[in-house]
Each structure stands twice: as structure tokens, then as C-alpha cells.
Write a protein that binds this ligand. Structure first.
Ligand code: HEC
Length: 477
């Protein structure tokens, strides 16, 4: 059977060739970052394809379909894995690159492999950026707006890039489609193609090995089974980390994008915090310096590194300049990230908790719609501004309704709170709150009150308690 396949495809000898590759100095846990990055990429592709089955890219459906994904336990988990998978993948790309720099593995004859690697870093970052917009919630909208507006600063291409990314006078359905196309087609195709080229060039040159003057005296090892085992162990560890983060720290969906809310303070993904900080550091009329010139120079240095550092030695002791430059760059990136994080937290605190909805807008008159669709709608219009779109609350100000035992407890008590309001010190899952919950009697009809209570008892977090009827509400007041 194997002979039959071999004679028609050559696959068997290819696989043998692949597995018996020599590893200078033997297998090592130092070599696992590249293969783990590919593993993370595969997780992103699998979960990403799954999510496209449920996501609908348009201004009217992007947030709604994402919300539906959040509301379904399994889909929410897959989304969580995709969300954390992105962070882990970027972290791995970064570690891999850092190691190649420290070991001097970019040097001749591996210049092209290095260039393809830098392209892969850029493609991965564009994937992170384009995915960030897709949920179309407040943060997605305002964080992406920052990025889209920056494209204008690009020399010559500015107008074209802005037009391409936004595709229209304002951000809307066409923008979502552009980002969706980039995120699920163009960038993944580029990623897979470049990874193929990266590996093919890697096979041609072989691994560089540790940064010692002459690796030859070391006894070479084999890829199979030693290196393969180590790669698998490390990739599996990354997988466990992603599943752990996805399970215990699922992302939240903010309220649907509202372009008129000028108070919202967006926060970028952590891997863009340094760029974001840089932008905030430079004065407004010099935006092009923070947006284009400094990142442009940094990228150019990355691409040209094999020609900037032309010495043939890879020994750490004789490469003080490149290693020094690397650590200074890292220190600057870390400081910018930290500073950016702190300044965003300051701004968020200054913007304060979201304003309560105007009373006039409160009554919902959709008596025709029934059941939980109405409850969800009443909740988003009247309650989400304080309790959060997912009922997650705001620490210190508004209690969470998701996974809150009072909400899923005695229905009569919940009806009493929503009808009559609540103030005074309360404690939810160990945290205390002391605010004012408005009374909804007179503002919402009994039916809307019944529907919204049913919704908060069944539709938020892991809440699953009994439904509440109009009769139950009428009986309480
Ligand atoms: C203006 C902000 C605001 C709005 C709008 C709001 N709430 Fe509240 N809600 C609060 C605050 C503050 C508390 C905690 C009150 C306290 O500390 O005594 C609370 C408490 C609650 C509680 C009790 C939680 C517990 O653990 O005891 C429920 C249930 C609740 N809200 C449901 C709703 C529903 C349903 C709506 C929409 C119809 C709504 N809230 C709209 C601010 C708000």
C-alpha cells in the first residue's frame, strides 16, 4: 500500500526526508516557538471558519449575530478560543522573532527567510486589527476608527488607503465588509502562503542552531522523534493555556456601536498599546510622526537587519550593538504599553459610568413583539447602559445581573426591585454596591417588565431561572 502511494506521489520518501532532518546540536526546547506559532495558526483557522458560519457582516447584523454567538454556550466558547488564540499566536510570533534576533539566525544565508518572517509578523498584526472591528460593539467601532483615521497619514497612498478601509463617507456596512474580506480571505491566504515559503526556505538552509562560533563539533540530532516530541509538548501547553484563558476569561461584548456617543474611551488590543501610546505622546499636528514615521523606521530596520548587522559571527559576546538595540527597543515598547494602559484607565475613570437613559425614551411600545426577543430589546434600551450589554455590571458602580443569585432567586423579589427600584448597600458575589436603581413602574408596561425579568433570569451569563409572566408582575403591585 505504502509502495503504491510512494510510486504515484513520492509522499513517503518526502515524509521520511522531512522526519530524518538533522538538527545541529541535537533537539532542544529552544526550537519550539516556530512550530507552536503554526499550531496556534491552525487553531485560529479552525475556530475562525466555525465562526463564519454564524457571523453576518453588515451594520445591521454584525453586532446582532455576534450577540447570538455570545448567547450560545458552545459558540461563545469557540469565540473565546479564537479571541485568546489570537493573543497567544501574536505572543508566540513575537517570542520566535526575538529568539531569531538574539541568536543572530537572520544572518546570511537566511536573509530571505528573515524577510518572509517579518512579513508574517505584519500579516498577523493586520489579522488582529481587522478582527477587532468585526463584533461592531462600542469598543470595536471606536478603536477601529482610530486605526482607520491613521491611514490618511500615509504618504501618497493616504486617500486611497482611507477609501479602501472605510469604503464610504462614514464607517458602516461597507467598512465591515472590507475588514471581513481582509480578515477571512486576503490575510489568511497571505499567511498560509508565506508560512509555506518560510518553511520551504527553512528546509533549504536547515536550522541555524545555537549561537556559537562553530556548531559543527556538536553532535547533530534528528527531528523525529526527539524534536517532534518537544514541539508537541510545547504546542499542547499553548493549547491548554488558550483553553484555560478562554474558559475563565471570556471576552465581553459591549453595547452595539453608537457613532454618536462621543464619551466612549476605546482600548486597543494589548499588542497595539505601544503604538497607541506613541500616538498619544506626539502632539496632534505631528500625528504623522507617531503614526507613520517612527513605526515606518522601526519596520524598515527590522526588514534590513541582515544588512545592518553584516558581521558573520553569531556569538552573543561579539554582537553587543544589535543585542543592545534589541533590549532598548523592548524597554521602549514595554514603557509605551504600560503608559498607554494607565492613560486609558485614567480617561475611562474620567468619563465616568455611562449616563442613565433619558426617561422619555424608556417606554417600549412594541406590544406586538412577544417573549424574550422583546425582553432582550427592553433590556438593551433601558438596563444595559448601567448593567452592561451582557449584564456584566461595572465594578464599584452597577452590580452584575449575569451570574447573580438574587436575579435567579425568588422571582417576587426581582419583580419588586424592578418595579419599585432599589437603593442602599447591597452585596453581589462578595462585591458591594451602593447606588440607585430607578423604579420602572409607570415607565415600563407590566408586559415589558415581565419580559425583561424573564430575559435577565434566562439570557445573561449562565442564568437559568423560571420565566415571569404579566400575571406575576401584576400580583406584586
Ligand atoms: C441608572 C442605572 C440603572 C439602570 C438604568 C438600571 N439599573 Fe438595575 N440597578 C442599578 C443599581 C445602582 C443597582 C444596585 C442598587 C443598590 O446598590 O442598592 C441595581 C440593582 C438591580 C437589581 C438587583 C440586583 C441585586 O443583586 O440585588 C436588579 C434585578 C436590577 N437592577 C435590574 C434592572 C433592570 C431589569 C433594569 C432595566 C429595566 C435596570 N436594572 C436598570 C442601576 C440601574
Amino acid at each position: 500500500m505504502l509502495n503504491w502511494i510512494e510510486s504515484r506521489t513520492g509522499f513517503i520518501s518526502m515524509a521520511k526526508d522531512f522526519l530524518t532532518e538533522d538538527i545541529p546540536g541535537g533537539a532542544s526546547y529552544w526550537y519550539v516557538f516556530g512550530s507552536a506559532t503554526i499550531f496556534a495558526m491552525v487553531i485560529q483557522i479552525v475556530t475562525g471558519i466555525f465562526l463564519t458560519f454564524f457571523y453576518a457582516p453588515s451594520a445591521d447584523t454584525a453586532w446582532e449575530s455576534t450577540k447570538a454567538i455570545y448567547d450560545n454556550g458552545f459558540q461563545h466558547f469557540v469565540l473565546s478560543v479564537h479571541y485568546w488564540g489570537a493573543s497567544v499566536m501574536i505572543g508566540l510570533v513575537f517570542l520566535h522573532l526575538l529568539q531569531v534576533v538574539i541568536w543572530g539566525a537572520y544572518k546570511s544565508p537566511r536573509e530571505l527567510q528573515w524577510i518572509v518572517g517579518v512579513l508574517l509578523l505584519l500579516v498577523t498584526m493586520v489579522l488582529g486589527l481587522s478582527g477587532y472591528l468585526l463584533p461592531w460593539d462600542m469598543n470595536a467601532y471606536f478603536a477601529s476608527q482610530v486605526a482607520i483615521n491613521l491611514t490618511q497619514q500615509a504618504p501618497l497612498l493616504g486617500g486611497f488607503l482611507l477609501n479602501f478601509a472605510q469604503d464610504g463617507a462614514t464607517m458602516g456596512t461597507l467598512t465591515i465588509n472590507r475588514f471581513f474580506g481582509l480578515h477571512v480571505w486576503l490575510m489568511p491566504a497571505a499567511l498560509v502562503g508565506l508560512v509555506g515559503a518560510h518553511l520551504a526556505i527553512f528546509r533549504w538552509n536547515g536550522p541555524a542552531g545555537p549561537p556559537v562560533e562553530d556548531p559543527r563539533p556538536l553532535k547533530p540530532g534528528r527531528f523525529w522523534p526527539d524534536q517532534m516530541f518537544m514541539d508537541t509538548v510545547f504546542s499542547f501547553g499553548c493549547f491548554l493555556l488558550i483553553v484555560f484563558l478562554a474558559w475563565f476569561f471570556p471576552p465581553f461584548l459591549d453595547a452595539k456601536a453608537d457613532p454618536t456617543n462621543s464619551l466612549f474611551v476605546p482600548y486597543p488590543a494589548w499588542y497595539f498599546l505601544d503604538l497607541f501610546g506613541l500616538l498619544n505622546l506626539v502632539p496632534g499636528d505631528l500625528e504623522v510622526v507617531g503614526a507613520i514615521i517612527i513605526p515606518g523606521i522601526a519596520t524598515a530596520i527590522l526588514f534590513l537587519l541582515p544588512w545592518i548587522d553584516r558581521s558573520t559571527t553569531r556569538a552573543l559576546g561579539s554582537r553587543k550593538f544589535v543585542l543592545g538595540l534589541t533590549f532598548v527597543s523592548l524597554a521602549i515598547m514595554w514603557s509605551l504599553t504600560l503608559w498607554s494602559q494607565l492613560s486609558i484607565m485614567d480617561k475611562q475613570a474620567a468619563a465616568g459610568p455611562p449616563a442613565p437613559p433619558p426617561q422619555a425614551a424608556a417606554p417600549s411600545t412594541t406590544s406586538a413583539s412577544t417573549g424574550n426577543a422583546n425582553g432582550a430589546k427592553v433590556f438593551q434600551t433601558n438596563c444595559s447602559s448601567c448593567h452592561g450589554a451582557q449584564g456584566q455590571g461595572t465594578p464599584g458602580a452597577f452590580p452584575p445581573l449575569a451570574d447573580n443569585p438574587v436575579v435567579t432567586g425568588d422571582a417576587k423579589k426581582v419583580i419588586g426591585i424592578v418595579v419599585g427600584g432599589l437603593h442602599g448597600q447591597i452585596s453581589v458575589n462578595g462585591a458591594s454596591y451602593n447606588g440607585m436603581m430607578p423604579a420602572w413602574k409607570g415607565t415600563l408596561s407590566n408586559k415589558d417588565i415581565a419580559d425583561v425579568i424573564t430575559y435577565i433570569r434566562t439570557g445573561l451569563g449562565k442564568n437559568s431561572a423560571s420565566a415571569v409572566t404579566v400575571k406575576d408582575v401584576a400580583a406584586v403591585h
